[in-house]
Design a protein around this ligand. Structure first.
Ligand SMILES: C[S@@+](CC[C@H](N)C(=O)[O-])C[C@H]1O[C@@H](n2cnc3c(N)ncnc32)[C@H](O)[C@@H]1O
Length: 191
């Protein structure tokens, strides 16, 4: 089932909200998570390609929308990034299909407002290895933002931290993304 309010606007407009390279540099340095990566809801690949450039591991990029997955596939081809594995998949209904403890990094960006966030976080927890790191980015609700899910369903950092804890994550820390994604907050959690 596609998460509520998880559709995408025009790609060029979406791209104006992020400096994904800088955001991943911040998250990965803190999380030290270079290895196999799974991305829940890759969208246009805004963060997929930068993640793939930062690891020699495989980046499994999952999305329920075939056109999003195809867009990522084409970008990976153009950039000759052969470590991206894009896949059409409903991870709410079917999980990631990845082995237990097989990933070093899981990315859940702009998605935790979906109906059952803890189930998604549990799936991320399951596939991460012992040193694995989850990174979360989401729209802020403490400032006006030009886009983002309705405020009634938009989780705060504190809410996301509580869900992460419930799913089993430890050593949860916040990452200040003001310089790279001013409309977003960032969180890291250890498996
Ligand atoms: C708001 S977009 C965020 C895309 C990307 N994470 C980013 O931040 O640029 C959410 C993405 O999750 C995908 N999605 C929503 N529900 C899904 C599901 N159940 N299974 C797989 N993908 C899903 C949507 O198709 C969409 O591309």
């Amino acid at each position: 089932m596609k998460g509520r309010e998880s559709g995408m606007p025009e790609e060029a407009y979406w791209a104006t909200f992020f400096d994904p390279e800088a955001a991943l540099d911040q998250l990965l340095i803190l999380g030290n998570s270079l290895g196999h990566t799974v991305e829940f809801g890759c969208g246009f690949g805004t963060f997929t390609l930068p993640a793939a450039r930062r690891t020699t591991g495989i980046v499994t990029a999952l999305d329920i929308e075939p056109e999003m997955v195809e867009a990522v596939r084409q970008k990976a081809d153009v950039e000759k990034l052969d470590n991206i594995r894009p896949e059409v998949r409903d991870f709410v209904a079917d999980g990631t299909g990845l082995e237990n403890a097989s990933q070093a990094h899981a990315m859940i960006f702009n998605l935790l407002h979906l109906e059952n966030p803890v189930a998604l976080l549990r799936e991320a927890h399951r596939v991460l290895d012992a040193g694995g790191v989850l990174s979360v980015i989401h729209w802020r609700s403490d400032i006006a933002t030009p886009r983002g899910p309705s405020l009634e369903i938009r989780p705060t950092p504190e809410q996301c931290q509580a869900w992460m804890q419930e799913a089993g994550f430890k050593a949860i820390q916040s990452v200040d993304l003001q310089a790279s994604c001013p409309y977003h907050f960032g969180l890291l959690g250890q498996r």
